[in-house]
Design a protein around this ligand. Structure first.
Ligand code: NAD
Ligand code: DAU
Length: 354
């Protein structure tokens, strides 16, 4: 693959993907990102002098801009990470989730369809549109239920999950109706370097380091299936190269943990790496009012990806979490810059009334 257009490549997973794409010379990379509160060009600073990396600030919903970029760079693939991604924000104000995740994906699909139809037969054959989605589209599991497979019916519960489900359906329809060579990946919870500290793991690490309360929603027994972000990026690249057109692939870490256990494990790592005399960071754990409609459990069955494409994650939860805490400890400049006024406003809005 010579050239790829990545959307949302200044966010957490997209930036990890773009960095890998350039470090490992996967392809010339164009990064289209609107730079919302979650987009951060500081993460990509090391690519400043790279002639095969191009950043464009813009909206995936701007079909004119996307059409211009497709004509100019003639990519063999589009990887769509761009989204509003935080469930709590989708509960507080869902509008942007519909605009970007649904309407934005629709406009991106339209521009991609016209571009793809203009290509030569061989280039049409080679082209791929990979849509990055989430396990949240499948809804919530009880403790004894089997993990989500690609056949699990969609049952999204939050505005975020519903907007991602709508986008997945549009991607499916564009393959079925127009023949656009699409691929969809549905992944479980990611963690690792460069994650915006509104999400559970980076929020807990940074609050623990600062001696602030560690907020746990409800009883702390909601379960998530955790995957180190680089393993997710490798899986996406593998699906891009070898996935069967029109198919969906589940990606997961097979690392189910209750939230309380996640937070306690982070506290143990911080106790070791940044000890304070006669102090256990777990004493900061604070149970607060639950998230409305909080899904109880997610778990991914990624048998298809492993069997058909030979994917294996490199990190387990313990090694990945240790690396992640070390990363946040050694990147205080990045952390200080993302925790601006807008970040403080969100923390105040989400936690003060609970
Ligand atoms: P993020 O919130 O960290 O980053 C999203 C990026 O998209 C930001 O850089 C933002 O500026 C950009 N963006 C937002 N709206 C845009 C628009 N209209 N046009 C162009 N750019 C726009 O998100 P993330 O955690 O990196 O997630 C990336 C993708 O992976 C999302 O589609 C998300 O649904 C999916 N996903 C995330 C996880 C996870 O655990 N974080 C798990 C599975 C799937
Ligand atoms: O499952 C994949 C999804 O994982 C992605 O699609 C989303 O983009 C991503 O944000 C993530 O969603 P979650 O809602 O699971 O992630 P979050 O980090 O917000 O929360 C993880 C769990 O921790 C969840 O059960 C809610 C809980 N939680 C979260 C926060 C922020 C707390 O108990 N306290 C908190 O302060």
């Amino acid at each position: 693959m010579e050239t790829i257009l990545v959307t949302g490549g200044a966010g957490f997973i997209g930036a990890n993907f773009v960095l890998k794409a350039r470090q490992q010379k996967w392809a010339e990379t164009i990064n289209l990102d609107k730079l919302t509160y979650a987009g951060n060009l500081q993460t990509l600073a090391e690519l400043g002098g790279d002639p095969d990396y191009h950043f464009v600030q813009g909206d995936i919903g701007n079909a004119e801009l996307v059409t211009y970029l497709l004509k100019k760079y003639q990519p063999q693939a589009i990887v769509n990470f761009a989204a509003e991604s935080h469930v709590d924000r989708s509960i507080a104000s869902p509008d942007e989730f519909i605009q970007t995740n649904v309407v934005g994906t629709f406009q991106l699909l339209e521009a991609s369809r016209f571009y793809w139809q203009s290509l030569s037969p061989q280039k049409r054959e080679e082209f791929r549109f990979l849509h990055v989605s989430t396990d949240e589209v499948y809804g919530s599991l009880d403790s004894a239920d089997p993990a989500f497979t690609e056949q699990t019916p969609y049952a999204p519960n939050s505005p975020y999950a519903a907007s991602k489900a709508a986008a997945d359906h549009l991607v499916r329809a564009y393959h079925h109706t127009y023949g656009l060579p699409t691929l969809t990946t549905n992944c479980s919870n990611n963690y690792g370097p460069y994650q915006f500290p509104e999400k559970l793991i980076p929020l807990t690490i940074l609050n623990a380091l600062e001696g602030k309360p560690l907020p746990i929603y409800g009883d702390g027994q909601n379960v998530r299936d955790w995957l180190y972000v680089e393993d997710h990026c490798d899986a996406i690249y593998l699906v891009l190269l070898q996935g069967q057109v029109g198919q969906t692939y589940n990606i997961g870490g097979e690392s189910e943990r209750a939230n309380l256990e996640v937070v306690e494990t982070i506290c143990e790592i911080v106790d070791r790496l940044a000890p304070k005399p006669n102090f256990r960071h777990s004493s900061l754990i604070t149970f607060i009012k639950d998230r409305p409609g909080h899904d109880r459990r997610y778990a991914i069955n990624c048998h298809k990806l492993k069997q058909e494409l030979g994917w294996q994650p490199k990190e387990n939860f313990q090694t990945g979490l240790q690396k992640t805490v070390e990363w946040y400890l050694s990147h205080s400049e990045w952390v200080d810059r993302v925790r601006t006024g807008a970040y403080k406003d969100w923390i105040e809005q989400n936690y003060s009334g609970r």
